[in-house]
Design a protein around this ligand. Sequence first.
Ligand SMILES: Cc1cc2nc3c(=O)[nH]c(=O)nc-3n(C[C@H](O)[C@H](O)[C@H](O)COP(=O)(O)OP(=O)(O)OC[C@H]3O[C@@H](n4cnc5c(N)ncnc54)[C@H](O)[C@@H]3O)c2cc1C
Length: 380
Amino acid sequence: MASFVSSSPPPPIYDVVVVGSGIAGLLTAEMVLTSLPNSKVLVLERNNAVGGRAQVVSPNSPFDLGGAWSWSDDRLSKLTTRLGIKKFAQPSKGSDVILQDLYGGGQRVTTHTGGQLLACGPGAERIEGGVGGIPLTLSASIQEKGGEVKLNTEVKRVKVVDGIVTLNDDVQARYVVIAAPPQLIATNVEFDPPLPSSQLSTMLATQTWMHGTGKAIIEYALPWWSVSGLNLCSTGTSRLGGHIDVTWDNSDYTNGKYAIGMFVSEGATEDNVREEIEVIFGGDGEKVKGIERVTVKVWDDVGIKGLSASTATYGSETLRMELGGRVVFSGTETEDEHGHIEGAVISGERAAKTVLAKIKGDNDKMREGGECAGDIRAPA
Ligand SMILES: Cc1cc2nc3c(=O)[nH]c(=O)nc-3n(C[C@H](O)[C@H](O)[C@H](O)COP(=O)(O)OP(=O)(O)OC[C@H]3O[C@@H](n4cnc5c(N)ncnc54)[C@H](O)[C@@H]3O)c2cc1C
C-alpha cells in the first residue's frame, strides 16, 4: 500500500517576530534587519494595513487621521532624516480675529497675528506626506531587506517553552517584541506562562492614548479661507452638543494640498461633519460648501473602553518587564512621552537594541561552544 509522507519543509523559526505594525513595531523590525541582514524577521499585524495610529486619508491625500505633530523631537528628526522624509512648520496663516460671530456670540477664538494652531500650539511641525508615510517607508524597507510583513493576523496566544516562543500555535520565534497598546494586549492576548499580576494590572490600567477620539479632514481644491482672512481655528461645535471639538488649517501649502482638520467625538459621521462645519464657517457663504472630500476616523478600535484607566502609568518599568527573557514589550505607552510619536520611536529603538543584544549573546555562546552553524550576523 502506498504511504504518503509530506515533503514540505518544517515552518521556519524566526529570529524575531514583532507583533504590531505601528511606528514602534516597524522601526524595531527595520533596525534588526539593518544590523543583522541574515536574520529572519516577521511582523504580524491584525489590521489590513500597516501604520496603527499613524494613518493618512490616502497616499494622494496625505492628511493625518492619527498622529500629526511633533514638538520635542530629536529622535523623530533623526529617524525622518534617515528615511529621507521632510518636515515642515505648521501653517500659521490668517488674521488676528479668526472667527466670524459663532453660535450667536460668545464662542469666538482669537490668537495673535499669524496665530498658531489652536490644536497643537507653538513650534509644532508636520511631516510632508503625513506621519503615515513613516510606517509605509519602514515597511517597504523591511521587505527590501528580506523581512516579512503579514497583515490581517491577530496574535491571541503567546507561549514560551525551552527558549522558543510560539504565537497562535503556528508561528515560532527566538524572540518576540509586542509593540501594541498594553491595555489591548492584556485584554486580548493569553500568555503562557501568565504575565505577573503586577504587570497585568498595570497594563489594564494604562489608557491607550487617544482611544475614542477622532479626526475629520475636509479637503478643498483651493484655500477659500485665505481670501476671507480666516485662519480656521475654532472651538468647534461640541459645546452646542455637536461632534467637532476644535478646528485648524491642515493644509500643506508647499504641495498645494488644502484641508480643514478637526478633532471629533464618537458618533461623528461624514454627514454631521459637513453640517457642523457650516455652522462654524457658514458666515463665508457658499465657499464652505465647495468640499472635495470628507474623511472621518474615530479611533475606537485602539483601546478597550469601559475600563478605569489613566496615562499615569506611561513609561512604567512594570509595562516593560520581559516574559521568560524572550518577549519584550514596546509601543508609545511604555515610554514616558505622553503617548506621542516620539514615544513610539524611543520604544521601537529600545526593543531593537534589546533583542539585538540578546541575539549577540546567543551567538557569542554558540561560538564559545564551537557551534557556529546558527550564528546570525552581518556580513563582514
Ligand atoms: C487621533 C490621534 C491623534 C494623535 N495626534 C498626535 C500628534 O499630533 N502628535 C503625536 O506625537 N502623537 C499623536 N498621536 C499618537 C501617535 O499616533 C502614537 O503615539 C503612535 O502612532 C503610536 O505608535 P505605536 O507603534 O506605539 O502604536 P500603534 O500605532 O497603536 O501600533 C500598534 C499596532 O499593533 C496592532 N495590534 C494590536 N494588537 C495586536 C495583536 N494582538 N496582534 C497583531 N497586531 C496587533 C494594531 O493594529 C496597531 O497597528 C495621535 C493619535 C491619534 C489616534
